[in-house]
Design a binder for this molecule. Structure first.
Ligand SMILES: [Zn+2]
Length: 194
């Protein structure tokens, strides 16, 4: 009886170890990218920093490469019986940014200032010195405008918060982060979004 329990513990431990061991490499297109708000098909699985594995589309794989260089180097040097594909070939950036700092701080002759890196690799800008309306632009890595909007100055915080919830942000300016956090504390917590 006691040996039966010991072997069931051993098999449970094996199962846990299997679950924690990352299963890395190229994927067929039956998986969805696991980055928040991304609906693109996943092309490659990587070891997740928190354990297990994470499946990403080409863009989020490139983003992962930029943010986890240590894991990426280990992936690249994996022996070929574990991984015989070059992960770099799957990390495709295209017309997208993988880091907020890669986008100019100001665009359109200084009229618009950088706000956030959206989860799809576009960067959000807002009017640098607004009067009563704040204009917003989302641009791709060619700085081509792909979306725009305009809200009254006193609703800008709500608009940004709703945008962050709806589209997900990979990163944002520290000043924006502080401003939104301050407002959230004043309002007593979680916004309802739109
Ligand atoms: Zn993705």
């Amino acid at each position: 009886m006691s040996s039966g329990r010991a072997s069931s513990v051993a098999s449970r431990d094996r199962q846990i170890r299997r679950d924690l061991e990352p299963d890395v490499g190229p994927l067929d297109d039956s998986h969805e990218c696991e980055a928040g708000h991304c609906d693109d098909p996943a092309v490659f699985a990587v070891p997740a920093p928190e354990g297990g594995d994470a499946r990403f589309c080409g863009f989020h794989l490139a983003w992962f490469r930029d943010h986890h260089p240590g894991i990426w180097t280990r992936l690249q040097s994996a022996p070929s019986h574990i991984l015989d594909d070059d992960p770099d070939e799957f990390a495709v950036v295209g017309r997208r940014f993988t880091a907020l700092e890669d986008a100019p701080k100001r665009i359109r002759g200084g009229e618009f200032v950088r706000v956030a890196l959206l989860t799809d690799g576009r960067v959000l800008y807002e009017t640098a010195d607004p009067d009563d309306q704040v204009d917003y632009l989302a641009v791709n890595a060619k700085l081509t405008e792909t979306a725009s909007g305009s809200v009254p100055v006193d609703r800008a915080g709500d608009w940004l918060r709703a945008n962050r919830q709806k589209h997900g942000w990979l990163d944002c300016e520290e000043s924006v982060r502080r401003a939104l956090r301050g407002e959230e504390q004043q309002n007593g917590g979680d916004p309802d979004g739109e």
